[in-house]
Design a protein around this ligand. Structure first.
Ligand code: COA
Length: 333
C-alpha cells in the first residue's frame, strides 16, 4: 500500500458563502471611470459585483460564509479543529483574518491561520487542511476564501476597477465517513518568476504607504492583463488535466468543472481545451466579478446548492492567481 493510500480519506461535508448587500453594476461604473457596460461585458462577461459596506471587513464576510457552511455540514463551531482563510485582503497584516473568524464563530479549540496565494488561496487551504486531516492530526477543518478587494482597488484605473468584487465562500472538510465521497487528487504549483504581472505593489514592507507616495494608490491591484490571461489559460488547463489523470477520470465522467471566476473568455478557452461541454462548467462571474480567493469557494457553494452535482459525482476545481500560483482538485462528492 502506498503512503497516499494509507492516509485517511477526506470529504467535503458542507459549503457556504456570503456576498455583501451592495451591488455595483457596469452601468454604475460608467459614472466612475471611462468605460461602458458593452466593453466590460464583451471583454470579461462581468455584469455586476458586490461591494462590502464601510466597516464590513473581510473577516465579517468570512464569518457569514463560515456559519452557512457549518449549518450545511451540520457541525458545531466548537467541533472545528482548524480554520484556514485564503485571502490577500486581510483585515490587518497581523493577526490573521482566521483569528477574527475563530472568535466570531466561537470555534475556541481551533488552530487558525491565513494562506496568501491570491486566487488559488481557497484551494491551497483545501490542500493544507486535507493533509492535516489525512495524517490524523485534526478531524474537522473550516476552510474559507474571503476578500474585500474593493479596499485594494484603484477606483480611477479602468483597467482594473471593473474586474473585481467582494465576497466569501467556505467549506467544511472532515475524515470521510461511510457513504461520503473524498478528495481524489490535488495539484498545486507556483512560478515566482512572474510576480510583477499581477500584484499589489504598495502597502507592504517593500513599499509602505507614506505621505510622499499616498496619491499614487500603490496599495491597489496592478495587472498586465494580456500576460495574465495567457498564463491563466495555459496553467489552469495543465493543472486540471493533471488531477483528471491522477484521479483516473475522463471528460465524460466529470459532472462539473468549477474554475476560478476571472474572465468568461478564460473559462471558455479552458473548457474548450479540456473538451468539457459548457453546461458542465460552472460560471457565476457575471454576478460577482473576480473575488480572488473567494471565487472558487463561492462557486462551489452555489453549484452545490443548485444541485449541479450529487453524491457520487466527480467534480474538478481549478484556480489561478498572483504569484503566480495555481491549483486543481478532483473530488468524488
Ligand atoms: N473600459 C474601456 N476600455 C478599457 C477598459 C475599460 N474598463 N479597460 C481597458 N480598456 C482599454 C485599454 O485601454 C485598451 O485601449 P487601447 O487599445 O486604446 O490601449 C483596450 O481597452 C484593450 O485593452 P486590452 O488590455 O488589450 O484588453 P483585453 O482584451 O486584453 O482585456 C482584460 C483586458 C483585463 C479584461 C483581460 O486581459 C483579462 O481578463 N486578463 C486576465 C485578467 C485576470 O484573469 N486577472 C486575474 C487573474 S487571477
Amino acid at each position: 500500500m502506498s503512503a497516499t493510500n494509507s492516509r485517511i480519506p477526506v470529504a467535503i461535508a458542507g459549503t457556504g458563502s456570503y456576498l455583501p448587500k451592495r451591488v455595483m453594476t457596469n452601468k454604475d461604473l460608467e459614472s466612475i471611470v471611462d468605460t461602458t457596460d458593452e466593453w466590460i461585458t464583451s471583454r470579461t462577461g462581468i455584469k455586476s459585483r458586490h461591494i462590502a459596506a464601510e466597516g464590513e471587513n473581510t473577516s465579517d464576510l468570512a464569518t457569514e460564509a463560515a456559519k452557512n457552511a457549518l449549518e450545511n455540514a451540520g457541525i458545531e463551531a466548537a467541533d472545528i479543529d482548524l480554520i484556514i482563510v485564503g485571502t490577500i485582503t486581510p483585515d490587518t497584516l497581523t493577526p490573521a483574518t482566521a483569528c477574527y473568524v475563530q472568535h466570531n464563530i466561537g470555534a475556541v479549540k481551533a488552530l487558525a491561520f491565513d494562506v496568501s496565494a491570491a486566487c488559488s488561496g481557497f484551494l491551497y487551504a483545501m490542500k493544507v487542511a486535507q493533509d492535516m486531516i489525512a495524517a490524523g492530526t485534526y478531524k474537522n477543518a473550516l476552510i474559507i476564501g474571503a476578500e474585500k478587494l474593493s479596499a485594494f482597488t484603484n477606483w480611477s484605473d479602468r483597467n482594473t476597477c471593473v474586474l473585481f468584487g467582494d465576497g466569501a465562500g467556505a467549506a467544511i472538510l472532515t475524515a470521510s465517513k461511510e457513504g461520503q465521497g473524498r478528495i481524489l487528487a490535488t495539484e498545486l504549483g507556483t512560478n515566482g518568476s512572474q510576480t510583477s504581472i499581477l500584484n499589489i505593489p504598495g502597502g507592504g514592507s517593500a513599499c509602505p504607504t507614506t505621505i510622499a507616495n499616498a496619491d499614487q494608490k500603490l496599495a491597489s491591484l496592478a495587472m498586465q492583463g494580456r500576460e495574465v490571461f495567457k498564463h491563466a489559460v495555459n496553467v489552469m488547463k495543465r493543472s486540471a488535466e493533471a488531477v483528471i489523470e491522477e484521479a483516473g477520470l475522463s471528460p465524460e465522467n466529470i459532472q462539473q468543472v468549477i474554475p476560478h471566476q476571472a474572465n468568461l473568455r478564460i473559462i471558455d478557452a479552458i473548457a474548450d481545451r479540456l473538451t468539457i461541454p459548457n453546461d458542465k462548467v460552472f460560471v457565476n462571474l457575471h454576478k460577482y466579478g473576480n473575488t480572488s480567493a473567494a471565487a472558487v469557494a463561492i462557486a462551489l457553494d452555489e453549484a452545490h446548492r443548485e444541485k449541479k452535482f450529487e453524491r457520487g459525482d466527480n467534480i474538478v476545481l481549478v484556480g489561478f492567481g498572483a504569484g503566480l500560483t495555481w491549483a486543481a482538485v478532483a473530488i468524488e462528492w
